[in-house]
Design a protein around this ligand. Sequence first.
Ligand SMILES: C[S@@+](CC[C@H](N)C(=O)[O-])C[C@H]1O[C@@H](n2cnc3c(N)ncnc32)[C@H](O)[C@@H]1O
Length: 259
Amino acid sequence: VSTPSPPPESLIVDRLRAAGCVFAEEEARLLVAAPVDPAELESMVARRVAGQPLEHILGWAEFSGLRIRVAPGVFVPRRRTAFLALEAIALTAPGSVVLDLCCGSGALGAAVAAAVPGIELFASDIEPAAVACARDNLPTATVVEGDLFDSLPGSLRGRVDVLVCNTPYVPTDEIGMLPPEARDFEPRVTLDGGADGLDVQRRVAARASEWLATGGHVLVEVGAHQAAASAALFSAHGLAPRITSSDEHSATVVVATRA
Ligand SMILES: C[S@@+](CC[C@H](N)C(=O)[O-])C[C@H]1O[C@@H](n2cnc3c(N)ncnc32)[C@H](O)[C@@H]1O
């Protein structure tokens, strides 16, 4: 019995390009480099041609220089969110208590832990598949499953120095305009932020002070057009917000501080 030989990389590039993959060469290179047999490689290429996110097929995503495990059904960390990670890292010191809320794969917590030694890290998400990934990606953290703060240990109240929280923030009416990779393969709960995109942030803002240490910070990512409304949510709950953005990452972050 002969095993099929792998298709040449250039044929894979052609198939990916025909399927609309913008980075066909780069994707073909990553697929060919996966440690799989030719039949499995063919199945991976077919899944990509059918529109599945490359990261779900490979089982990992690159984020802030780290390889983060991402299983099907888990939100794929976006490149722009590296800016939120950098802003969180800038506010974190060795020994800080860090909470990655709405953690998904745990990419943000992993980036902060990789950059700042000796932090005490907690993470939480409502999706079981995300929690399983985060537990793999954050082996030294306490990772819990639940709605926002609900499953966190009560002893964490008033102790969080840095609360980093990439909530879903796409307005419901705009979900249909997302690329099919997101729309069809990422659970709606990972994307849908309600009518103005800020429903989850509204709930985080209402409860953040209860969990933050004095002088602690909460950081969220938003679209540029949502930044002022997001900042107002935090100031309405007694936190001092500022808005920061990065052209390089095409990203906007609101940082709100407990006085
Ligand atoms: C935009 S994704 C961000 C994931 C990850 N932090 C990242 O940046 O890659 C939002 C995450 O929030 C989670 N989520 C949505 N609503 C939630 C809630 N009420 N409580 C906890 N997690 C929630 C979703 O399951 C999803 O993993």
